[in-house]
Design a protein around this ligand. Sequence first.
Ligand SMILES: [Fe+2]
Length: 305
Amino acid sequence: MGSLSIDNDELGVNDVMTIVNHLLPGSSDNRRYVTAGGALSTGKYGSYDVVVRDVRPMKEEYTLETKGFELASCPTQCEDLWDMATIERDYFPELVAHIKKRTGADIVFCHMPRLRQSGKDPNNRDVQPVAGDVHVDVNEDTARNLAGKWLHDQGMGDLKYSRLLFLSNWRVLSDPPQDYPLGLLDPDTLSDEDGVYNYLIACPTIPSAPYPPIPPPGPLEEGLVDARQIATEERLIGAGYAFHHKPSYRWVYYADMTTDELLSFKLCDTDHSSPWRVPHTAFLNDRPGTVPRRSLEVRTYCIFK
Ligand SMILES: [Fe+2]
């Protein structure tokens, strides 16, 4: 959709001309229903031509404070990160230590590890396909609600905090160059008004149109609910953002990420004095020699008293 007139001379050696899926104009009822074995998005999406610039050469300029995302050298001691038990037992503590040191947050906890690979493995329910459209996973109400549920579970339901920072921490688990890297929208080109809510609803079976009313958010007492759990009734997990295309958007990525690197980016920061959310999506890098992408992402909630 649309056409880009980019001279090859204007492209850096690792910049990629590709397509990225955005919400189409007029797509007004945006929901994602998930069941134990499937999912349905009611939003209507279309492909738009974009250039994704490699910002690895400018790595030091891109930080959580300046852009809402950063790439860090962060080798892991874990031998097998393609295993959920290892992730939750051994990787979570490593990540908490790293993020606590980096952010200075008083409380950090991990939630919702996701293994992904390009071309989903139907035999492994722990593995998801790569993200297919531009999104931010949570809005501020959802971030506060999820953090509140965790605090309630820990017996800290009355804790008042001054700031909640919700990060996604992403690393590749396959060698570079990967076929579907993670693209990030430069928040300098994003307005606070951009994006529309996209509701995530867990349900026993996928409904059909006309869709029922969106259920209310569950109480804090129900604790953190993972959308992968089998739902016996429709449950609102939360809402994130979907985005319409804007020609002024600038897309970036880090070429040739390695397993020793960690890409952290903001899903929500209640402090809006610097970039507070980073839209993102996978995109096809069709240069010769790429390998299927495998990746792990873990969300960390950073609570400042
Ligand atoms: Fe995401």
